[in-house]
Design a protein around this ligand. Structure first.
Ligand code: 3HC
Length: 309
């Protein structure tokens, strides 16, 4: 008998094959894919602000050029992801409205300020490093357009991470003051980077279903642990420490044990009370409003071209 649409969907997931835009999907799958992809896209676009803050103040032309390229990459990541969301029927303008009106989220990590130039290196090293831990598995996500967007994005994120590490290595070979600047930035960004992976599995309402649909390939805690294990040797190579007295190798687990994450801070930032939530959204709203004439001109131009045909 011809498998029902539901059975076909289930078999595709079971066989680790890709769901494509033309395939039938359960409404819940469409909803959670739009939710995750849209919020991922919003994160990329909002993430341009903290780093962009240092483009005009980079210490050299080389550092300025590298940072400019990274911020442009993030805009491109947002574009791929909004395009992937569009294949599920999500409207770009509607998603932008939902971001600006707080109806959809973006990554908590971008609600923290970039206070010194060392933050640019630490964001490349830790924030893009965490993003890589989280996103490499997403290259095997069941939704085709999302998985394929991840392959390109992960290549660029890996480059960002190496750029950040190289920037910090240069500063660590500099003056005592530069070394202190790096350590001070690491102290501010370490715990918020762990929060990027989401709440503990026990408090994650979406993980079970997302694992069943192979949207997620690992849980929040698994990826957070992978990131900690990857980062400790890198910190040693840099000559910096992490602000966690409980961080130590556990031979029986063969992983690093680490201290308790402040989930109250995480929930507070998600509620909108982080250091920069208001300014990030205000900036995004202003850019959207000031860019309206460009969108209107493009639509008018396209209509004229259509008329001339
Ligand atoms: N910031 C903001 N919201 C978060 C969050 C975070 N760090 N972690 C979890 N949440 C939200 C979830 O979106 C969910 O809310 P929702 O139902 O309204 O969407 C709620 O908290 C509960 O979390 P769950 O674990 O149940 O949610 P998920 O299963 O969706 O897991 C996630 C959260 C791990 C972030 C997952 O959505 C994911 O892997 N998303 C894709 C990766 C992504 O978005 N990365 C953004 C990082 S920034 C970036 O990549 C830019 C680069 O340049 C650094």
């Amino acid at each position: 008998a011809v498998a029902s649409l539901e059975e076909h969907f289930e078999h595709t997931i079971e066989r680790d094959q890709r769901i494509e835009p033309r395939d039938w999907v359960p409404e819940g799958y469409r909803k959670t894919m739009i939710r995750q992809i849209a919020q991922h896209a919003h994160s990329e676009i909002i993430g341009m602000q903290p780093e962009g803050n240092w483009i005009t103040r980079a210490p050299s032309l080389r550092r300025k050029a590298i940072l400019l390229a990274k911020v442009q990459d993030e805009a491109g990541h947002g574009l791929y992801l909004y395009s992937a969301a569009a294949t599920l029927g999500a409207d770009r303008a509607d998603l932008t409205d939902k971001l600006i009106n707080g109806k959809q989220k973006y990554s908590s990590i971008f609600n923290y300020p970039t206070l010194t130039f060392a933050d640019v290196g630490v964001i490349g090293w830790l924030v893009d490093g965490a993003a890589i831990c989280n996103q490499v598995p997403l290259c095997r996500s069941s939704y085709g357009p999302y998985a394929r967007a991840m392959i390109r994005i992960c290549k660029e994120e890996s480059f960002h991470q190496r750029q950040g590490f190289e920037l910090l290595m240069t500063m660590m070979k500099g003056t005592e003051q530069q070394r202190e600047m790096v350590q001070e930035a690491v102290n501010r960004w370490w715990w918020p980077s762990l929060m990027m992976f989401g709440p503990p599995d026990a408090d994650s309402p979406n993980t079970a279903q997302s694992m069943a649909w192979k949207v997620k390939r690992h849980t929040n805690d698994e990826l957070r642990q992978r990131f900690v294990d990857m980062s400790v040797p890198q910190a040693a190579a840099l000559g910096v420490t992490f602000p966690d007295p409980d961080l130590k190798w556990n031979a029986s687990r063969e992983h690093y044990d680490f201290g308790a994450v402040d989930w109250d801070e995480f929930k507070n930032v998600l509620k909108g009370n982080g250091p920069c939530n208001a300014s990030r959204i205000a900036h995004r709203r202003r850019a959207h409003e000031e860019g309206a004439w460009v969108r209107e001109a493009a639509v008018a131009h396209a209509a004229k071209k259509e008329e001339r045909k």
